[in-house]
Design a binder for this molecule. Structure first.
Ligand code: BGC
Length: 375
């Protein structure tokens, strides 16, 4: 299990650099910032490892009083082959065990990117009598149906990673449902990608023609993370007074191989006119890098490359200059918050209907700290 606390110093620093998130979650962001700063102050005075151990022990002690050993948790992941969700579910499993759930009572299933398959899995969990469900929906637009199925069976529900829409979240509050969402505000990650480019000495304008010409490689467009990252990365450039030109916008479905072929096509068409490659996640940035290198171009000289997630490999690339930057999508904090929310429901307590988390900008300036935190 990873130590979430050791990351809080980094989060507090990064949050203070965040500008123009412009979200309805501003209050949540501010609260999170304060909490992160407080926790960071705590970790600075105590040895970080000791503080993390103490926090884990406290969480386990609190959870223990509900006798979690007998509780069954069902976890639905939209697709096991997704790099980021693999980190998320691995951390979730080990954190649940550290809280006192028995491994045989934690069941994690692969939706194989098919909503019908996942809906069946949810039905099976309900029939088998799980005590709580943690769901990463295949389609966020199916959330209302999923919520109805699960709440009709009186099972509390924690959504992760793919945020249902505002109307659905409002219903949980209006109808006092034991349903919550744990995740980060994707607008923040898009903004940070744009800011990394705007902070470069040439502000991304490699050829000096007065504008930044970019291509966008999007994740699954049904997912709000893809929509917001696409919109807010470019908005951050414009907000910094930079003129932009979109040369291409393609859907790579969060997938490395798809991104590689899309970027290869785009490079064949636009060549050195492309100054920035924005990818909605790091898996696709890894694919983009393969295409860039195959075309004989060099990141940092011929083109800039941005991703999101802070996958280990992408961070190594940031370190060696093969990727300009990324944004840490904190799977440790998100998986722990999801498990903690599930435990609160099991204890008969309530949760807020939105549990947020902050992204962290990653460049050469702090990549070593991030890599150390990832362990
Ligand atoms: C991550 C992607 C991942 C997607 C899955 C996003 O938040 O950045 O890497 O593929 O979630 O829903």
């Amino acid at each position: 299990m990873k130590k979430a606390l050791s990351l809080l110093t980094v989060s507090a620093m990064a949050v203070s650099m965040l500008a123009g998130c412009g979200s309805s979650n501003t209050a949540a962001t501010t609260a999170a910032t304060t909490a992160a700063a407080t926790e960071a102050a705590k970790t600075e005075t105590a040895a970080p490892a000791a503080a993390a151990t103490e926090a884990a022990t406290t969480a386990a002690a609190e959870a223990g009083s509900t006798d979690l050993a007998d509780k069954k948790v069902g976890v639905c992941i939209y697709q096991f082959s997704d790099n980021f969700m693999t980190l998320f579910r691995t951390e979730l499993q080990s954190y649940l065990e550290s809280l006192g759930f028995k491994p045989e009572n934690i069941s994690i299933v692969d939706g194989a990117n098919d909503q019908a398959t996942q809906t069946n899995q949810i039905q099976n969990f309900i029939t088998s009598g799980v005590d709580v469900l943690i769901i990463n929906p295949v389609n966020s637009s199916s959330a209302a149906t999923i919520t109805d199925m699960v709440t009709a069976a009186n099972i509390p529900l924690v959504y992760i990673n793919r945020e249902p829409d505002e109307q659905e979240e409002k219903r949980w509050a209006d109808e006092n449902m034991n349903v919550t969402y744990v995740g980060c505000d994707a607008r923040q990650s898009g903004t940070m990608q744009g800011e990394i480019v705007a902070d470069l000495e040439n502000k991304g304008d490699i050829n000096g023609d007065g504008k930044v010409s970019y291509i966008m490689i999007e994740g699954d467009p049904e997912n709000v993370d893809a929509q917001y990252r696409t919109e807010f990365s470019v908005k951050a450039l414009k907000d910094a007074g930079i003129e932009v030109e979109e040369l291409d916008d393609q859907v790579g479905n969060w997938d490395q191989a798809q991104a590689q072929s899309l970027v290869a096509n785009s490079l064949a068409q636009h060549g050195k006119d492309i100054e920035v490659v924005f990818c909605n996640n790091d898996a696709m940035a890894l694919g983009a890098l393969q295409a860039i290198e195959a075309a004989g171009e060099t990141v940092g000289t011929d083109v800039y490359l941005l991703g999101v997630d802070a996958l280990q490999e992408a961070c190594e690339n940031v370190k060696t200059g093969k990727q300009t930057g990324t944004v840490f999508n904190d799977h440790i904090s998100q998986s722990h918050s999801a498990a903690d929310a599930a435990v609160k429901y099991l204890k008969g307590e309530t949760n807020d209907h939105y549990i947020g988390c902050d992204y962290v900008k990653v460049t050469t300036a702090n990549v070593d700290d991030i890599l150390a935190s990832l362990g």
